[in-house]
Design a protein around this ligand. Sequence first.
Ligand SMILES: *Cc1c(COP(=O)(O)O)cnc(C)c1O
Length: 398
Amino acid sequence: MTVRRGRNFLQSPGPTNIPDRVLNAMHQPAWEYSGPDFVAFARQCLHDIRPIFRTEAEVFIYAANGHGAWEAALANTLSPGDRVLVPETGLFSFAWSAMAEALGIVIDYLESDWRHGIDPNQVEERLRADSAGSYKAVLMIHTDTATGITSDIQAVRRAIDAAGHDALLMVDVIASLACTDFRMDDWGVDVAVGGSQKDLMCPPGLGFTAASEKARRVGETSTMPRNYWDWSGRTVSQPEGYRWFCGTAPEHLIFALREAMDMLDEEGLEAAFARHRRLADCTRAAVEAWSAVGTMELNALVPAERSESITTIRVAEGIDPIALQTVLRDRFNVSLGFGLGQLQGKSFRIGHMGDVNEPMILGTLASVEAGFRILGIPHGEGGMAAAVASLAAAHKNA
Ligand SMILES: *Cc1c(COP(=O)(O)O)cnc(C)c1O
C-alpha cells in the first residue's frame, strides 16, 4: 500500500476539500428531527441559502447529489412528451438531458465543439423558429466541468426574451455557485440546480433547486409522476418541518451547510469570487507557459469563457493524462480530475473550487510540473514563475 503523508490536495472538480470547521460542525449527536430546535435551525438554513443563489425564491434542499437535484428540477416542471432545448456545453449537458429523456422528455440539442460557451444567437434563432411554443424549457449548464467553460446566462436569458419565447430557463450551477457570479432573480432564471460538494465546501449528499414563481406555476400543471422530489410537499410554508425534507432530514449535512454558509458570509461572496478568479488566473498562467512547445493547451478558446472553478487542459496525442494523474496521486498525494466524454484520455483537469488558497494552488501546479518531468512530458519552461507572478500581481492590485 502506498503511504501518503500530509493532506491530500483534492484538486478535483468535486468533491472538494472540506474545511475543518465544516467537518467539526458535523461532529455531534443527531437531534430530534421534528423537535423545535432542529425545525428552527432548518428553517433558518432554508432561508439563508437564498442569498447564495441571489434569489428571494424558495430553495429546496434534498438528501441527494447533483443528479438528484437535476431530476427534481425536471420532475417538478415538465411533463412526459414535452420538448426542451439543450445547448451542448460538454458532458454535463448530455448527462442532464439523458436523464430528461429517461423521464419521457424530448431533447433537441444545439451542437457545440466543447471549446466555446453557448452561442445565444443560436438559442434565439431556434426559439424564434418555434412559433408554436413547443419548447417548454431551455436546459443549460453554467460551468460545464468537463470543458472548463462558463457560459453567459444573461445572454441566454436575453436570447429567450428577444425571441419572445415562454420557455423556462433552467440552469445547472452545481460547479459555479459561490465561485462565479450568479444572480438568479436579476438574470431571470426559473430553476437553478446546485450541489453541496463543489464550491460550497460541504460533503457530497445535498442537492438544491431554487424555483421561481413562474417555475412553480408551470409545475402545477405538470403531469410528471413525482412524490419525493415534489416541491409543493416540501415548501417551508408547510408547518411540519419533517416535510421539508420528505422524511428525516440529512441533519449532519445541514450542520455542515450551516457552517459553510457562515464561512461564505464571513468572506463575502464577492471576495470568494475574486479569490477564485486569482487562483484560476494563476493556474491559467502556468498552463499558458507549459503550452509553449505545443504539447498541451487550455481547452477553452475564449478567455472570457474560462471557468474560475476548473481548468481543463488538452494534451497532444502520445501524452497519457492518466499516467500523470497516477503519478501525482501516488507520489505527491495530489488528486487531479481526468478527462470526461470526448475529452477522456485527451485532457486532465485542475480544480480550483471551494476551500482553496494560494499555496494549495502553487503546490498543485508545482506537482504537475514535477509530474511532467518524471514522465518526460515535454512542456514550456517558466510555468511556476508565471503562476507566482500572476498571483503577486493580483494581490498587488487588490
Ligand atoms: C459535479 C457536477 C454534476 C453532478 O453532480 P453529482 O453530485 O455528481 O450528481 C452536475 N453538473 C455539474 C456542472 C457538475 O460539475
